[in-house]
Design a protein around this ligand. Structure first.
Ligand code: SGN
Ligand code: CA
Length: 561
């Protein structure tokens, strides 16, 4: 009797164990959901998982705590729409054709969402795309036209035409996302969701609820706020993205036009009414909140301004910039928290790949700059946090040289879909699943094109390894820059002509040529894109570029040839 009982117990236990392992087996075999979260211009210096000296982002950090934080993730071309095109196509800009923000995306490109949709994935996109046309391969989309607006924004939708939604853009994009997950998504098929914030893009309008807090905060300054650009090639000094010299008083720093008149301050770059088009979208209540918070800022500024030195002004503008920029990030973090809470509450975390990234990095006063475009770290590198509890060990870190070029193939592999041969990235699955041995990339390729354009950053291409960057500014200058990432992490010095670097330089030149061949880039292709943009610039069609500027560039180019 006793034995029979024991046998029965053993039998039952075995059945139970095999049944539960069968269940977890099928669970493992299920295709994962994919949630791609991207903010616009979110610097890794403004995510506390990387560095908490500026702001705490506890919700974004949750993704790294559950998964992996990449410390060397970068983009192939540090600007908005080109980065998005590279993400969707898995190809460098010169092959997908979207080299700058100026021209439309070529929708004959094959994108990974189209391939996932064909493979039975449900697909949806909410927020900023910035392509000048609508995305393909989505069952549902609600996207901002162009850059979009912070307050009471318009959306282009797949099924309901153009709509205007009341409220703050970051909250609205999240509402749309949660609504899709709750009400439109079918439970029996996997999904791929792109949740794409406009924030923290310029002109940095935070949510009403954060105005009091953030307009009263003070932030530490970066070491290179007063960089004089000596020690490097000339493009660094020629760029128009210095906080003191190029950031506008009214639009960016929110000095009221009447206060500027009273103090005799001339606007920088734009007409001082330019940004007020955003203010014209406010409801009376929103306008009141703004006027109240910035009214105090303006009062204090009026008192301080008469005795301010140039250095004081730089410091003041930097603080104003950080208050507004980081204020917009506070709402991004809260809303990422709402999404993560939803996934947790609905038991969807385990087999969902969640990516948090930005379309590029951003300068938060490093080198005295705002904006991006350059290959110097803060804009070349981008935040990247990935969770997938079923497959990624919680709390991992990776310093591998991964790029936005790699997302398409990563998602396709995760979904069991074959990647087209002409995609140029590598799937990150080996790194995510702890098989780093299968990953052997030792250098990445970079190419920035948008010149002449706002901020005037010369065209350049480069090779980047963990130790060095070799950069060629090739359009209105013919200059090489060699950066030593270990010896000079602030990137203040060009070692190109230093004899101690002769061998390193030769080796990097060879490797750069090999990369250009591998990725099929060439001077002929560069020339094609120069001609295209210059044609429009000459006709006055490129934003921020005057006809005089075009003549000046042509002249410099003639002298160079
Ligand atoms: C706008 C901004 C620029 C910014 C570009 C590109 N000026 O034109 O500062 O570099 O977008 O940004 S603004 O005065 O209109 O805000 S991107 O993220 O879309 O590439
Ligand atoms: Ca951007």
């Amino acid at each position: 009797m006793k034995n029979t009982k024991l046998l029965l117990f053993v039998f039952l236990m075995t059945a139970l164990v095999s049944c539960s392992s069968e269940k977890s087996e099928t669970h493992k075999k299920e295709r994962p959901n994919i949630i791609f979260i991207m903010s616009d211009d979110h610097a890794y210096q403004a995510i506390s998982a990387y560095d908490n000296k500026l702001i705490e982002t506890p919700n974004i950090d949750r993704i790294a705590k559950m998964g992996v934080l990449f410390t060397n993730a970068s983009v192939t071309n540090s600007i908005c729409a080109p980065s998005r095109a590279t993400i969707l196509t898995g190809k460098h800009s010169h092959l997908n054709g979207k080299v700058d923000n100026h021209f439309q995306f070529d929708t004959t490109n094959i994108t990974f969402p189209q391939l996932l949709q064909d493979a039975g994935y449900q697909t949806a996109m909410f927020g900023k795309l910035h392509f000048g046309n609508n995305p393909k391969g989505f069952d549902q989309f609600k996207i901002l036209p162009g850059q979009g607006s912070y307050y009471n924004p318009d959306f282009i939708t797949k099924h309901d035409g153009n709509i205007k939604v009341d409220g703050y853009v970051t909250d609205i994009i999240t509402d749309m996302t949660l609504d899709w997950l709750e009400n439109e998504r079918k439970e029996d098929e996997p999904f791929m969701l792109m949740y794409l914030h406009k924030a923290p893009h310029r002109s940095w309008l935070m949510a009403e609820r954060h105005l009091d807090d953030f307009t009263n905060r003070e932030f530490p300054e970066p070491k290179t706020l007063f960089d004089d650009y000596s020690g490097r090639t000339s493009p660094a000094g020629e760029a128009e993205m210095n906080i003191l010299h190029h950031m506008s008083w009214a639009g960016d720093n929110k000095v009221f036009p009447e206060v500027m008149d009273e103090l005799g301050i001339a606007e920088i770059g734009f007409d001082k009414q330019r940004y007020t088009y955003e203010y014209s979208r406010f409801t009376d209540e929103q306008r009141e909140s703004f006027m109240e918070a910035y009214g105090k800022v303006n009062e204090e500024f009026k008192k301080a301004y008469p005795s301010m030195s140039e250095e004081d002004m730089m410091k003041w503008k930097y603080q104003r910039y950080m208050q507004d920029y980081l204020g917009t990030i506070q709402a991004v973090d809260e809303n990422v928290g709402r999404l993560l809470d939803y996934l947790e509450a609905n038991d969807m975390m385990e087999n969902t790949i969640i990516v948090y990234t930005s379309d590029q990095g951003f300068y938060l006063g490093e080198h005295g700059w705002y904006d991006k475009r350059f290959i110097y770290d803060e804009s070349f590198k981008t935040p990247l946090l990935v969770s997938w509890p079923d497959r990624i060990r919680a709390g991992s870190r990776s310093d591998e040289l991964v790029q936005n070029l790699d997302f398409a193939q990563t998602f396709l592999e995760a979904a069991g879909v074959e990647s087209p041969d002409d995609m140029q990235g590598e799937s990150l699955i080996p790194i995510l699943t702890g098989n780093d041995g299968q990953w052997d990339r030792d250098a990445v390729y970079y190419h920035y094109y948008e010149y002449p354009a706002e901020h005037m950053v010369n065209r350049h291409y480069a090779i980047v390894t963990k130790d060095y960057k070799l950069v060629h500014y090739y359009y209105v200058e013919d200059q090489w820059e060699l950066l030593d990432r270990n010896k000079d992490p602030l990137e203040l010095k060009n070692f190109y002509d230093d004899p101690a670097y002769a061998d390193i330089k030769l080796d990097l030149h060879d490797r750069l040529e090999a990369l250009r061949t591998k990725y099929k880039d060439s001077n002929e292709i560069s020339q094609k894109y120069i001609d295209l943009l210059m044609k429009d610039a000459a006709e006055g069609k490129v934003f921020g570029v005057s006809k005089e500027k075009v003549e000046e560039i042509k002249e410099r180019r003639r002298r160079l040839m």
